[in-house]
Design a protein around this ligand. Structure first.
Ligand code: HEC
Ligand code: HEC
Length: 279
């Protein structure tokens, strides 16, 4: 009995420093996961410009205080006429960085991640595929857009929520914006945005079932090909289909989430047992 108590006390003492180390590691991992999820569609660290600037050496060109303010509330800075934000907006084709609901604490962690990667010369993210699109790319991109060709991940087709020119008699869904002008807005960064969308509604579906880099490149090629055509006529059937698509996506997402949780629980059980100190 006494031996048992000692063993468990020793075990707890050992756990304290281990938890501290795990804490800062977990923080770094959280920041990286958040960067991948919320920032990487538009930014890289050290891999080149996408929709927004390469964030390498950000700490050298802006005070952390400015960056924190910008990351947590870009609209207020841009609309408020902050001179740096105004210049950046001009340099980035007028694309406004969206509100992403990042807290000040999260922004600090993200800035630390950016500083660490810059100092170590490590890169995060990849520039978009840059080979020229072929007619076959455009053809396949259109099929992915309409759902005639399914994404490998099982993600719902773009047309359940979006419209663009040339998608046939239907016109497309209304939950998301018309994508005809997306190329003009995001330029060559569009495939990165599709591969890794940071928009809240899309993220709910696509973070679990992302389009591959190749699929995203082909959809972007298709959108580019229709970018210059005149606006489509409205169609009323698609708002309904769009909502059905969203619900389908959410049901699918929930199902995948549950499956993954089950797997995690299964993995945790034997470990919890093996952690009990032996009497
Ligand atoms: C949809 C694209 C998009 C997303 C997502 C996005 N940004 Fe941006 N970001 C931009 C653009 C574009 C600019 C340039 C300023 C402008 O035009 O609004 C910018 C500018 C910045 C700047 C200023 C860069 C400089 O050189 O001073 C920082 C810092 C920044 N973003 C951080 C982030 C972080 C951190 C995230 C993730 C939480 C993020 N951004 C997500 C598009 C985006
Ligand atoms: C479940 C519905 C849904 C699906 C499916 C979907 N999107 Fe979206 N998308 C949205 C919504 C809603 C927005 C507006 C931002 C937000 O709230 O997320 C959006 C925003 C966008 C934007 C930014 C548009 C802008 O004007 O800034 C692009 C680009 C985009 N989607 C492309 C795509 C592509 C390409 C696909 C297919 C691979 C796709 N989306 C599939 C719902 C969806």
């Amino acid at each position: 009995m006494l031996r048992h108590l000692n063993a468990s006390r020793n075990f707890k003492l050992m756990l304290v420093p281990a938890l501290f180390a795990a804490g800062s590691l977990a923080q770094a991992q959280d920041a990286e996961a958040q960067f991948r999820k919320s920032c990487m569609s538009c930014h890289t660290i050290g891999a080149g410009k996408k929709v927004g600037p390469d964030l390498k050496d950000l700490g050298k060109r802006r005070p952390h205080e400015w960056s924190t303010k910008f990351i947590t509330g870009p609209s207020a800075m841009i609309d408020g006429g902050d001179p740096t934000a105004t210049t950046l907006l001009r340099e980035n084709n007028g694309v406004k960085m969206p509100e992403l609901g990042v807290t000040a604490a999260e922004a600090q962690d993200l800035l630390k991640l950016i500083d660490d990667y810059s100092a170590q010369g490590k890169t995060l993210g990849t520039a978009a595929i840059s080979r020229p699109a072929t007619p076959e790319d455009i053809r396949r991109g259109r099929l992915y857009f309409t759902g005639d060709l399914r994404f490998k991940s099982g993600a719902p087709p773009c047309m359940s929520c979006h419209r663009a020119q040339g998608v046939g008699g239907w016109g497309g869904g209304w939950l998301g914006p018309d994508l005809t002008g997306a190329t003009a807005k995001y330029g060559t960064g569009l495939s990165g945005v599709i591969e890794n969308p940071s928009f809240p509604t899309m993220q709910g579906v696509f973070s679990k079932t992302p389009a591959s880099a190749e699929e995203a490149f082909q959809v972007a090629a298709y959108l580019k090909s229709v970018g210059s055509q005149p606006p489509a006529k409205r169609d009323v059937a698609f708002p309904v289909l769009g909502v059905i698509g969203l619900i389908g996506g959410m049901v699918l997402g929930g199902h995948l989430g549950r499956k993954r949780l089950k797997g995690v629980r299964k993995n945790l059980k034997p470990k919890a047992r093996s952690l009990k100190p032996e009497a």
